[in-house]
Design a protein around this ligand. Structure first.
Ligand SMILES: Cc1cc2nc3c(=O)[nH]c(=O)nc-3n(C[C@H](O)[C@H](O)[C@H](O)COP(=O)(O)O)c2cc1C
Length: 482
């Protein structure tokens, strides 16, 4: 696929231009459509997170859809009948207002119900459609390779809304470009499932399930997030990769494990082996962006001096007022950063994915070093479950953060479950949904940021606690481009 100009200007043709700044895709729901729209309408790439979009749409509809945005987007969903069925299932805001209890969609597995597939396709459509509304900027959708089962319906839904890029990290997304080619032609796809203890499984997704004449769609660009040159080279050789985001271990969210040292350490230690040589990435011949600690005024210049097109920035955007973090929590984070009373640590154990995860050590959140030890609850959302093969050959699903007795009963090893926390509950609470757990601490919010939180202090010092995405862009871009 030819790449358009790399100078932040519009190319004038149908191919989306390549921006200097990619706003990091941040799940769960932190980089939702308002943030992506704010960034894309300023000429840089806005990115919605695809994580848990099915649930988020069901939740937002039941909460009454303030502003009517999701209803408005659903009216544009191109396949007849789907929006109506979703509204029949989740559109009853009065029931939720009376009981305070959400009606939850089913969890994804290797054979998801048609109802869930429809919800995921429509949810991705809605999120991208809203992010693209009212401007002609570039919008991407970010997915984690580790969360496998919702991937195909989410990509398809995003493509129906004209998403410009699909961005994927946290794994080896080798097959995704081919799936995107097929989905653009409405052809069935079989996603290979990584089974913990046996032969790979398969999850099928066939757009024909919608049984209608399907609209023509364009294959978006594909950007792979990598933390090693070996993975970068192998993905580029496999084909279909339009660019790379090279993410360092200081970046917010999940990080690659250190290359040296035993896996699964509580406090992973990174060394020079974990740095990626940019000249080797540049030699691969695809555009690349650098991520992790580039949220400062000189970040773009530093990255470009290494041969990168630009930068991907997360932390500074996660704490701006266009992010979907609960506003009181976001302000508390920014204030603590300004006061210098908070720090960031990399926890090698807490994420059920097995990847290290960055935690902001903020009191009253699940990331605080003195957070209470919480009784584990049965899995409610299911995104981080691992697929395993039962003795009879069938596939089962288990999460290392569920009660240890359940995990063990499904053949999970005690070691693997040690120190895990339910990121699904915590991250969904961070955007304001508590799901009526029996005790508040079962769904304490959790804030992840990159190691470099000084970028937030620098912006908030001039633009205030409630700084905007535009303030972040102003801080990052040279005046002529911003
Ligand atoms: C709150 C938050 C959530 C994130 N979630 C994801 C995610 O779901 N998927 C992903 O690929 N990267 C995720 N990231 C990483 C960002 O996309 C980006 O690469 C990173 O934040 C860049 O480094 P910085 O935090 O130093 O700016 C997250 C980062 C933050 C701060």
């Amino acid at each position: 696929m030819p790449m358009p100009p790399c100078d932040g200007s519009r190319s004038g043709d149908a191919t989306p231009h390549v921006p200097l700044i990619i706003q990091g895709g941040m799940g769960v729901g932190i980089s939702a459509w308002p943030l992506a729209r704010a960034v894309a309408s300023r000429g840089q790439m806005g990115v919605v997170s695809g994580v848990a979009l099915d649930r988020i749409l069901a939740i937002r509809l039941q909460e009454g859809d303030p502003g009517g945005h999701h209803h408005r987007a659903l009216r544009h969903f191109p396949i007849p009948g789907v929006a109506q069925r979703i509204l029949e299932r989740y559109g009853d805001a009065e029931a939720f207002a009376q009981t305070g209890r959400y009606s939850s969609p089913p969890m994804f597995s290797e054979r998801p119900e048609t109802e869930l597939l429809e919800l995921a396709v429509a949810a991705a459509f809605v999120e991208v459609w809203l992010a693209k509304e009212g401007h002609d900027g570039v919008v991407g959708m970010n997915l984690l390779e580790k969360i496998q089962t919702p991937t195909l319906p989410l990509i398809y839904g995003a493509m129906l809304a004209g998403v410009d890029y699909v961005i994927m990290g946290a794994g080896i997304p080798r097959d995704i470009p081919t799936h995107m080619d097929r989905l653009a032609r409405h052809e069935p796809c079989a996603l290979r499932l990584h089974v913990a203890n046996g032969a790979d499984g398969e999850m099928l997704f066939d757009p024909a399930l919608f049984g209608h004449v399907l609209p023509a769609i364009r294959r978006p660009g594909f950007l792979a997030i990598v933390s090693s040159e070996v993975l970068a080279r192998s993905l580029v050789r496999s084909g279909g990769v339009n660019g790379l985001i090279v993410e360092g271990h200081t970046a917010g969210g999940h990080n690659a494990a250190p290359r040296r040292g035993p896996p699964g350490e509580r406090s992973p230690v990174y060394g020079p082996d974990d740095d990626v040589a940019c000249e080797r990435i540049a030699a691969l011949g695809v555009p690349f962006w650098l991520a992790g600690g580039f949220g400062h005024g000189d970040g773009l210049m530093r990255a470009q001096a290494s041969g990168a097109v630009g930068i991907q920035v997360g932390t500074a955007f996660a704490l701006c007022r266009d992010s979907s973090m609960v506003p009181a929590l976001r302000r508390r984070c920014v204030q603590a950063i300004l006061d210098g009373t908070v720090s960031v640590r990399t926890d090698g154990r807490c994420s059920p994915t097995g990847f290290p995860f960055k935690l902001l050590d903020l009191g009253g959140t699940a990331g605080a070093s003195d957070a209470p030890l919480v009784e584990r609850m049965p899995c409610l959302h299911g995104y981080l479950r691992h697929v395993y093969r039962r003795d009879d050959g069938s596939l089962g699903w288990r999460c290392p953060a569920e009660p240890t007795s359940l995990w063990a009963a499904k053949g999970g090893l005690a070691d693997e479950s040690l120190g895990r926390i339910c990121l699904c509950n915590a991250l969904i609470a961070t955007i304001g949904h508590h799901h009526g757990w029996p005790r508040q601490e079962h769904a304490l919010p959790l804030v992840t940021t990159g190691d470099d939180i000084n970028c937030v202090a620098a912006i908030a010092q001039t633009a205030g606690l409630d700084y905007s995405a535009a303030d972040v862009l102003d801080a990052l871009l040279p005046p002529a481009v911003g």
